[in-house]
Write a protein of this length. Structure first.
Length: 193
């Protein structure tokens, strides 16, 4: 058994011991909102948004982008589980700013091993097979955070499955301070009507 697996199972055992009445939480989130944010391990939405278990839906992916799957989750969150407000929260110093679609396509075409980054960019250090399948994925990389937040809020706002009465807020989480910084143009385009 790996060290990580041992640690996770041990932590789960301790969690179960103090689980209490959490099994009685309802499926719909109690505070009726959802957050779309990045998978970055430095972000803890429960802490930066003041969440307890059962409060809100948190949808995470690389960059916190409004991918088809993220929108699918948001629509289910509203249509079947009653959320009434949504947040799109990207963050400073995001790994999605460190490469382009073409860079990751080239890396994956060369090798499936973990790449390394240095002052000159990303490099493959492993050998072995690669795959051209990366050519068919929109990696949703980020060039400029405020613009990507605006683009994601706008995409969600004008998606045909998203009702106009849901407000969508755009924020940037600062990984150095923990502060949520509003992106006014994103929140404006996300206004409910």
């Amino acid at each position: 058994m790996s060290q990580v697996l041992t640690e996770v199972l041990s932590a789960n055992h301790a969690y179960v011991e103090n689980f209490g009445d959490k099994g009685d939480l309802t499926i719909p989130p109690a505070r009726r909102f959802a957050i779309l944010t990045c998978m970055d391990a430095r972000l803890d939405p429960a802490k930066f948004a003041g969440l307890a278990e059962g409060d809100a839906h948190v949808i995470r992916n690389a960059g916190g982008r409004a991918s088809d799957d993220a929108i699918r989750s948001l629509v289910i969150s509203y249509k079947l589980l009653g959320t009434r407000e949504w947040f799109v929260i990207h963050h400073t110093n995001c790994g999605m700013e460190t490469f382009t679609d073409q860079v990751i396509r080239n890396l994956l075409a060369n090798s499936l091993k973990t790449a390394k980054i240095d002052e000159t960019g990303w490099h493959d250090v492993g050998s072995g097979r690669g795959s051209s399948e990366a050519e068919f994925i929109d990696w949703l990389t980020i060039t400029e955070q405020a613009q990507s937040i605006y683009a994601d809020v706008k995409r969600i706002r004008f998606h045909p499955l998203v009702p106009p009465e849901i407000p969508i807020y755009g924020y940037l989480y600062d990984v150095k301070t923990g502060k949520l910084i509003e992106i006014p143009e994103a929140t404006q385009v996300g206004q409910a009507s």
